[in-house]
Ligand binder design. Sequence first.
Ligand code: 5AD
Ligand code: SF4
Length: 439
Amino acid sequence: MDNKFKIYIETYGCQMNLSDTEIVSRIVKNAGYELTDSLNNANVVLLNTCSVRENAERKIKERLSQIKKYKNGDSPLVVGILGCMAERLRNKILENNSIVDLAVGPDEYRKVPDLIQKAFAGEKGIAVKLSRVETYDDIEPLRKEGISAWISIMRGCDKFCTYCVVPYTRGRERSRKLALIVDEVKKLWDEGFKEVTLLGQNVNSYKCPETNSDFADLLRQCAKAVPNMRIRFITSHPQDMSDKLIETIAEHDNICKYIHLPIQSGSDRILQLMNRNYTYEHFLGRINKIRSLMPDCALSTDIIAGFPTETLEDHQATLRALEEIRFDGAYMFKYSPREHTKAYKMEDDVPEKEKIRRLNEIIDLQNRISKEINQSEHNKIHYVLAEGPSKKDKKQWSGRTDTNKVVIFKPKETTKVGEIVKVRIFDSTSATLFGEIVQ
Ligand code: 5AD
Ligand code: SF4
């Protein structure tokens, strides 16, 4: 099909969604559509959505009400909801005079062009079947030019943490073939990418469907195949953080020394109610193992404040855990009940005000720790992958350390995007390091 219709895609939520948007972009491009960066000249707008917390869905509903005015223009605007929210809300998202014309879940993106065409003919469409096999292996993501690329290595999640909607919106866990992923890393290097992030809801439960190789095997093979490519990965589950995996990360210089390991709570009772399948002691054991092999490895985590039945004592256990482990950073949330999950049936009994109070206490503590850790970086040397002019001040550039910290520095005239520069840190905040290039 050849047409001049332009599609504008907006992405919400996690990196998986950003990576899925690249897959959808390729699918619609192959079907003859053009992509545009602006809603103003678009004939189709697709929102790739997130359902993980109520707030995420609220933002998208607000966005839909803004988009409504575009729909009243001269040429009809087709509106599509993709991803987790489409999967969760299904028909509901199309009903009651909704401006939404199509709803497509994470495993049905191949149907997007067909449903867009039907929408132009005035027909609302929905495709929300989950698959046990779909990995979009044959579709090359349409990546934006740059130095950093995502590679989705697996889809779905089988962990069923009791608060989490992901197993319901993204379905069962399935991994892509190791050989294909390694080939993709090689190809990206040849195209000029300097860094890849291997993505999955649970990358360390990766299992190659062909060879049964695990995530450590995959990391090792990627690292060996392209020794100068920086290799990152998110997200890991503490239960699957094996010694073999930690040793593999330690053994290869090009596997970045940064691990995101969500703890969620410091209380064993709450961890059990969350179905996390580990105790605080196990979690601490993993951290100690990581630090014994890689003393400079940066660590970040996720925390949920105010899970059902959480007492002040449980909350204190989380604060103690943060003090004891001293993560470099954390993503901190208040508990948000999600329909269909097991926790939804538990009473959401921590009052909203108290949830916010606990969350703020966690945030304050973590900010103090992040600031202290960043201060201890002063005078240290880091190798920074230069990403280009910083958003705030175009004369300064930003880049990331191997440990995933953002560094602002003044470039030399010869500094190029994608170059690794040697930088000495002289200042910092809780979120950013400031450095100068040294020889
Ligand atoms: N409420 C609050 N936070 C949640 N997360 C997942 N589900 C919920 C929920 N229902 C958080 C977890 C997870 C991160 C991606 O989002 O901390 O690790
Ligand atoms: Fe959700 Fe738990 Fe799976 Fe992460 S591991 S996606 S929190 S169910």
